[in-house]
Design a protein around this ligand. Structure first.
Ligand code: NAP
Length: 307
């Protein structure tokens, strides 16, 4: 890209401030030219509270990055595409698969770039893990994704509302890595979902897939947090730790870096390339597994959850 391209951030909350703002500030490709948020803003950046007014007044900004929760995101994404803007979607890319298919069709018909981001796929050790697994026979794989919802989503009731996906909000990150690195696709065959008695979405899930692949997602883990994927193959044992940032082969660290801070800069670099060549990148396979788990899973009622 020649010079910096203007981008607007929409939905200024936890992830926008933690990751998007610093990634844009450090990038040679992007300039944060506006924010759109009902309450949030970024110091020194022109702020809008109404998205329609932003679209009408700032035709000089060709790209919008949507950082709000999944349920309200579709209306913003559709309006942006219809107004001729390229769109970056936070993960998960929508509340339903069909709404993302609709966005894909609009982007394609309009020659616009739509990027359904999976930040965990940009973790330092995911590409080396994928390369190591190429051509290997996977005998077994297990995901352990256990974190503390109070730490990562403080007071965010939307995660427990319909469409918030509950523990699949982080679990889909593990599935985005799994679907990226496995040499053969798998499909869900069984799921056990634990719903707090006062909530609409699961707080824990145990999943079984074809190919001897299993997953354990839990949002009640205090203390050390665990984001691991272990894969047994005919070549040996692979382990991805720290959310895909560290790769171990047969117990020895061989690639990566114990930091999540490379993920969002890589997403924005990828979007710069997509806009340059007018392409889209929308892979819904992680979300298909979540939809299948919510379709096929058995429901267990567990203790009420309060932030
Ligand atoms: P958040 O802080 O609760 O929400 C972000 C902002 O979205 C809010 O501050 C709010 O800004 C706006 N918003 C909320 N509800 C809205 C609605 N109904 N209509 C329009 N705008 C609304 O959430 P977050 O943690 O940043 O997560 C947002 C997305 O990023 C989710 O899809 C999540 O999976 C993903 N993500 C989160 C994390 C994390 O660690 N939290 C990590 C990676 C990815 P205003 O009130 O100012 O409009």
């Amino acid at each position: 890209m020649a010079g910096k391209t203007k981008v607007a951030l929409v939905g200024i909350g936890k992830i926008a401030l933690d990751q998007h703002v610093p990634a844009i500030a450090a990038s040679a490709d992007w300039e944060l030219a506006a924010t759109v948020s009902r309450k949030g803003s970024v110091s020194g950046v022109p702020a809008f509270t109404d998205f329609a007014a932003f679209l009408a007044e700032r035709s000089d900004i060709p790209v919008v990055s949507l950082c709000m929760p999944p349920v309200p995101r579709f209306d913003y994404a559709k309006a942006a595409l219809l107004a001729g803007r390229h769109v970056i979607l936070e993960k998960p890319p929508g509340a339903t698969l069909a709404e993302v298919h609709e966005l894909q069709a609009i982007a394609s018909q309009s020659g616009l770039s739509l990027f359904a981001t999976w930040h965990s796929r940009m973790a330092h050790a995911v590409a080396p893990a994928k390369a190591w697994l190429r051509g290997a026979t996977v005998k077994q794989a297990h995901i352990t994704w256990r974190e503390d919802v109070r730490k990562w989503h403080p007071g965010q009731d939307w995660v427990f509302e319909p469409g918030g996906m509950g523990v699949f909000d982080p679990g889909i990150n593990a599935l985005s890595i799994l679907t990226e690195i496995l040499p053969q696709p798998v499909h869900l065959t069984k799921a056990r979902l634990e719903f707090p008695e006062n909530r609409q979405t699961p707080i824990a899930a145990q999943l079984t897939f074809s190919g001897n692949v299993t997953a354990d997602f839990d949002w009640r883990q205090e203390g050390p947090q665990t984001w691991d994927i272990a894969v047994s193959t005919d070549k040996g044992e692979l382990a991805l730790r720290m959310g895909g940032n560290v790769l171990e082969i047969n117990g020895e660290a061989t690639a990566g870096e114990n930091s999540i801070m490379g993920e969002y800069p890589s997403l924005y670099a990828r979007m710069a390339e997509l806009v340059r060549v007018r392409a889209s990148d929308v892979d819904l396979s992680p979300m298909v597994h979540v939809a299948d788990a919510l379709t096929l899973g058995s429901r267990i009622t567990t203790a009420a959850f309060h932030f």
